[in-house]
Ligand binder design. Structure first.
Ligand code: ARG
Length: 569
């Protein structure tokens, strides 16, 4: 139970209010300065409820309040300010962190419940784009946060492996392709063929007919078409898995669009039974006029199904298979309409769980103010970007710490972590400006900054251990703790609240900001407080315990973001 919820409970008892615990808790503030209390409760809403003056009500609540961890309450200007018993509270928080380790902050809110997370989901035979990187990184962080709250999270990579584009690809491959070249560098080669097809088709429309023909054959299970498609798929997935390996991200399911091929008839039958399908220029659509949306295209004139049809089938399948409480789709802003239509169609079918589908949308990755795109010749190969980031990290590390042993490994953690952190530290709806130099700085709001703070704290702890004191001290109430320690203790104790907020708003930037704050507090502390050369053994021991707890929470925050925390840098 968090301190805030304990206070909320007491406020409810002390005042007898009708407001819910959740509401009361949401009003509790954390004053910036401890001179105004560690927590404060504004009494204005309750004052209205009881038709009392806020300052009088504040006085009454302050009077009636009893909580072990709170040494003093005071009423001030319509607020009740709560002062923690710092030594007692610090001891409790540190004990909690040190005994739980990486499990600190774990909650059971989601026990026995499942959430599906549709993330990454690149299209085969196409380069892994920056948009897919964003989806992968944001989705993975949200999945980690959700798991931390006790949910069973199913990470689904809804691979784009079906659609008329494969007719085009097969056509192009048959005319211009070379097996050798595709084997050598699959995705760039297949992508080239695809682009070439479009260039040629402009002057030669019969190519489009041929492509339609090939796609039809593919749908009918023609051996040659299927074999080629399978091969394209396989080599693409191999290439993607290199990216996932670098990012150290894995999935529970690779059921992509093609997986739903044999589940389409059911969807169409249901829509038909409900009388929702209408003819429109030979195609079949679900009209969504009342919802203020354009019609959702379900089946083309030639019988072929579409992206939306496959997503409908996937939604039903996931509900059946995982009986999710929420079904999340981490996909860029540009698909908002698609997901609105998807939900609208389900609602027309009177599906109660339609509301549980959530589109977690995000902004673009920009380079020099423009979208980093994979179109035409301008391919930004994600792997190259990641390699570059690791190389820059290695340079920086060599300069900073030439004697470091596992340089490559650390450079990997820092290089990849920098890219991920840079993506995650801003609210996902905002665009991200891609600038490797910025993200790799060891100062400011970067991944390396947080990692470095963690490594630094680890190094102090190592030295202390070498001096054979310290870490043995018991977590007795640390009487020596003052304002500097208080700030760190309060930050550490807010960890579970931050996880809840990140979850409630599907916003991993909350965790990233938290990690920066904690790293900053630690750096300030370290700059102004003696630790290793503190003479008083007890005081030194308590400070080291605080450091130990800080490393645990920093490392765990980074882990939630999908980022490694090397112990030496
Ligand atoms: N493959 C799609 C794309 O790259 C993203 C798929 C997202 N997931 C979904 N269930 N529609 O645009």
């Amino acid at each position: 139970m968090t301190m805030k919820s304990k206070i909320a409970e007491q406020v409810k008892i002390a005042s007898g209010t009708e407001f819910s615990l959740g509401e009361i808790e949401s009003w509790i503030e954390k004053p910036k300065f401890s001179t105004m209390g560690d927590y404060a409760f504004p009494c204005f809403r309750l004052a209205k409820e009881f038709r009392k003056a806020p300052h009088l009500l504040a006085g009454e609540i302050a009077q009636a309040f009893t909580l072990k961890e709170i040494v003093r309450t005071e009423a001030a200007g319509g607020y009740v300010n709560f002062y923690l018993d710092l030594p007692l509270y610090s001891a409790k928080v540190l004990k909690d962190v040190l005994s739980k380790g990486a499990d600190y902050g774990r909650q059971d809110l989601g026990k026995g419940k499942a959430i599906t997370m549709d993330l990454s989901s690149p299209n085969i035979a196409k380069p892994f784009s920056m948009g897919h990187l964003r989806s992968t990184v944001i989705g993975n962080a949200l999945a980690n946060v959700t798991e931390k709250l006790g949910y069973n999270v199913i990470r689904i990579n809804h691979i784009g492996d079906w659609g008329t584009q494969f007719g085009k690809l097969i056509t192009a491959y048959k005319i211009w392709g070379s097996e050798e070249k595709v084997k050598k560098s699959p995705i760039p080669e297949l992508h080239k063929l695809y682009v070439h097809f479009h260039e040629q088709a402009e002057n030669n429309p019969s190519l489009e007919d041929e492509a339609r023909e090939w796609f039809k054959r593919l749908e009918d299970g023609d051996k040659e078409a299927v074999t080629l498609w399978q091969w394209f798929r396989e080599v693409s997935l191999e290439a993607f898995s290199e990216v996932y390996k670098k990012l150290d991200i894995s999935f529970d399911s690779y059921n992509g669009e093609a997986f739903y091929n044999d589940k389409m008839d059911d969807v169409i039958a249901v829509l038909e039974d409900e009388g929702l399908l209408e003819e429109s220029e030979g195609a079949r659509v679900v009209r969504l006029d009342e919802e203020g949306l354009p019609p959702c295209l379900i089946q083309k004139r030639d019988g072929a199904t579409l992206y939306a049809t496959r997503d409908l089938a996937a939604a039903f399948y996931r509900k059946r298979e995982y009986s999710f409480e929420k079904s999340l789709y981490v996909v860029g802003n540009e698909q908002s309409l698609h997901f609105k239509q998807l939900k609208a169609v389900l609602k027309k079918l009177n599906i109660a769980w339609a509301e549980d589908l959530v589109h977690i949308s995000f902004g673009m990755m920009l380079k020099d103010g423009k979208k980093m795109s994979t179109r035409k010749g301008k391919i930004v190969l994600l792997e190259e970007v990641l390699e570059q980031s690791m190389a820059l990290a290695e340079e920086a590390i060599k300069e900073k710490n030439p004697n470091l042993k596992e340089k490559q490994q650390v450079a990997h953690a820092v290089g990849i972590g920098a890219v991920m952190f840079h993506d995650l530290k801003v609210f996902r709806q905002n665009d991200v400006h891609f600038e490797l130099k910025d993200m790799l700085r060891f100062e400011g709001e970067t991944g390396p900054y947080v990692q470095y703070a963690h490594a630094r704290a680890c190094s102090i702890l190592r030295k202390a251990e070498a001096e054979e004191e310290a870490s043995t001290s018991e977590t007795v109430a640390p009487a020596a703790f003052g304002e500097a320690e208080r700030a760190i203790v309060m930050k550490i104790s807010a960890y579970d609240e931050v996880i809840q907020e990140a979850f409630a708003e599907w916003d991993p930037s909350k965790i990233a900001k938290y990690a920066i704050d904690l790293a900053q507090l630690f750096n300030q502390y370290y700059a102004h407080t003696h630790i290793l050369n503190e003479e008083d053994k007890d005081v030194k021991g308590q400070r080291l315990l605080l450091l130990k707890a800080t490393t645990i929470v920093l490392k765990e925050s980074l882990r939630l973001l999908g980022i490694k925390a090397p112990e030496e840098m």
